[in-house]
Structure formats: C-alpha cells, structure tokens
Write a protein that binds this ligand. Structure first.
Ligand SMILES: [Zn+2]
Ligand SMILES: [Zn+2]
Length: 373
C-alpha cells in the first residue's frame, strides 16, 4: 500500500451542527513507536453524541475543529522506528488488524505508582484533539488514524470481525474494566444492570458467560430488553411499562434473596437519574459499579444511603490495554453464543456520521461507520 498524503475525515467545526467531510494532511513522519493505521470500521459512542452537542465533559471549544470517535479497528499501514510488536508481545506486520488505547504519558503518578493509565494526568485522548495539533489524525471518523507511541495496541484475532472489534475498543473494554474493579462476583449473588444499550448488554452477556444466575436488566425499549434476555438476563424491567422508580425497586427486591435488594448494581445507562436509583436498588453491603455516566447534568442523590447501607461505589473510566485484550478474547471465546449483530447497524460512510449520531439520539443502538466507503 502506498503511503497516503491526505485523508478524508468527518470534522466537527462547531457543536451541534452537522460534521463535514474534508481532506486533511496525513503526518508524513511517524514518531518512534507510532503507527499509521487505515481505519477499517468505527462505531459511534454515546460520548461522541455528547461531544457533538457540546454537552459532555469531553466537549471543549478549544479542541475544534476535531475528528471525533474513539471506537475503531484499523490495519497497520506503516510503523515508526522501534519494535513491531503489540502490547501482548505478538509480532505486527503491515496489514495486521489492531485496536489501540488512548495515549497515557507513562511518566505521571497515575501511569506509574497508581498503575491506572486511564487516569493519566497528561493523557492524549482520541476524538478530542484539534486537527490542527500534530499529528492531526486522532479520531475514528477518518480514513486514517495515528496510533500514538504510548497507545497500547492489540492485534485483533482472526475470529473477531471488524464490526465487533470496533465497539469492543470502548463499550466492551469499559465493561471489562468495571467488572475487574468491582471484583469477584459469586454465582449466587444478584446483579442489576441499569441500561440496555451496548454497555449494559455487553455486561449482561459477560455476567451470564461467567455463570451469574440472577441478572436483572432495567431498560427500554422492548427490543433492547429482548436482546438482554437473549444475552442471559433472567428478569427484565421495562422503563416504559414500569415508569415509577419505587415500583422498579420493589420488583428488584422481589427478585433477590430475602428481598434484600441487589448485591451488585452496574450503572450502564448514562442517565444521571439512574445513579440515584441505583443506590436505592442495592442491598445493605452492596456494590455499585458506575461506568455509563459522562453527562454533565446534576441530579438529586441521597448520600446517606451509602452510609446506612454501607455501600461501595466504584467507578471505571476508559480502560487499560489489558482490558482491550480481554475484551477481544471474550468475543473470540464466546462467538456463536451471542448475536452481537443484533446491536449493530449496517455501516455507512463518513457522510452519514451526523445522521448516525442523530439516529443514536432517537434510539439506534450502535451505528457503524465505514470510513473507506
Ligand atoms: Zn466510547
Ligand atoms: Zn501519565
């Protein structure tokens, strides 16, 4: 493949207006350890929609114009100097498919002592850097993307198609990270998953795959709850049919041992009010894992519940490269068991990005983008 000079990219020039497909420079020099990747598939994340609308913590005027998107799978076009291996030690060659992480600095407290590179104080994040800042191509919604020297990278197993690999690099790896942080879940424990979008559905599937017997999914609309059921949810609570949170809490208590409430609640919906509800659904001594919240909206919370029920509240931001690897391994090992395509749409080109984001606001679950189309 010839080294490209220019790349088509969907640019965000102002919040809330349609993105426009423009031609931008491809960096002609790769730093040591960097990779130029050709994006084979990208998927739209709820965070992208918040960024687009200027409503999330990821939206910052000074980063415009930018290329949004951080869920992608690409193939290696060229390497900077240094070893041609991934973060698992597997050899990489031109044409190999990879997913990659945001770029931690490797030198701050959280990269080192804290062993939490997703909390890096100097992290460069895909989808948020101005296209006018080197290396320019740092978003998924473009033909090419620059893999930063410090970005973890993992070769995608042959068994995992592009359409699954793209969402694994955000939604699924975040679920993997959160489940790791909440710790061991015993098979008798009851789990509530709030939200039946990609995060919630991946969580239901991973819990089911791990042998958890009592999984309640709370969400809407009906077709998403049906997917949750197919992925292993043992009880469904429809937000449409049960709009009263107090009634939902009663249903959760009825479904748990001794009517105590849930041992673990996973907040995957991203709806700020779901955080307050999650605290109510928990049994005394319960754990609350929170990964979906990226909105800047504030809601009333009863903090005394944390003390009265002695709860543990555990957040997870993004993920470490090990979580990306585990996400891909899960997809490989569970293939045939879960119909992931039920969550996905047919890919559209970069021109279709605005419509895809609009669709997501109107209930489309996980739009796919083919930047080469
Ligand atoms: Zn995302
Ligand atoms: Zn750092």
């Amino acid at each position: 493949m010839n080294y490209p000079l220019r790349s088509r990219a969907a640019l965000l020039t102002a919040f809330g207006v349609p993105t426009s497909v423009e031609s931008v420079d491809v960096p002609q020099e790769l730093e040591e350890g960097a990779i130029l990747a050709r994006v084979r598939r990208a998927s739209v994340c709820g965070t992208d929609v918040h960024t687009w609308l200027g409503s999330g913590f990821t939206a910052n005027q000074k980063n415009l114009p930018s290329i949004m998107g951080h869920e992608m799978v690409g193939e290696v076009v060229a390497f900077g100097d240094g070893p041609q291996v991934d973060s698992v030690g597997q050899t990489l060659a031109a044409g190999d498919r990879i997913v990659w992480t945001h770029a931690p600095c490797g030198r701050c407290y959280y990269c080192g002592v804290g062993r939490s590179p997703s909390l890096c104080l100097n992290r460069q994040s895909y989808g948020r850097v101005s296209v006018n800042t080197f290396p320019g191509l740092t978003g998924a919604f473009a033909e090419y993307c620059y893999v930063f020297p410090t970005s973890g990278r993992v070769k995608v197993p042959d068994e995992v198609p592009d359409d699954w690999a793209a969402p694994s690099s955000c939604a699924l790896r975040t679920v993997v990270h959160l489940l790791e942080r909440v710790g061991v879940i015993e098979s008798h424990e009851s789990v509530v998953v709030q939200g039946t979008g990609p995060l919630g559905l991946f969580a239901v599937a991973m819990l089911h795959h791990a042998g958890i017997q009592n999984i309640t999914a709370i969400g809407a609309p009906g077709p998403r709850l049906e997917i949750a059921k197919a992925y292993g949810a043992t009880q469904l609570i429809s937000l449409e049919e049960t709009p009263d949170p107090a009634v939902r809490a009663g249903l959760v208590r009825d479904a748990t041992r001794g009517s105590r409430g849930a041992d673990l609640v996973l907040e995957m919906s991203g709806a700020p009010q779901a955080y307050s509800e999650g605290l109510e659904l928990l049994a005394p001594g319960g754990r609350f894992g929170v990964a979906g919240q990226t909105s800047s909206e504030r809601v009333p919370v009863d903090p005394s519940l944390v003390v009265r029920k002695q709860l543990s509240v555990i957040g997870a931001l993004s993920a470490h490269v090990g979580h990306y690897w585990k996400a891909l391994e899960f997809l490989k090992e569970s293939r045939g068991r879960f119909d992931w395509d039920a969550m996905l749409t047919r890919p559209t080109g970069l021109d279709g990005l605005t419509q895809a984001m609009q669709g997501m606001r109107n209930g489309v679950m996980k739009p796919l983008i083919d930047p080469q189309a």
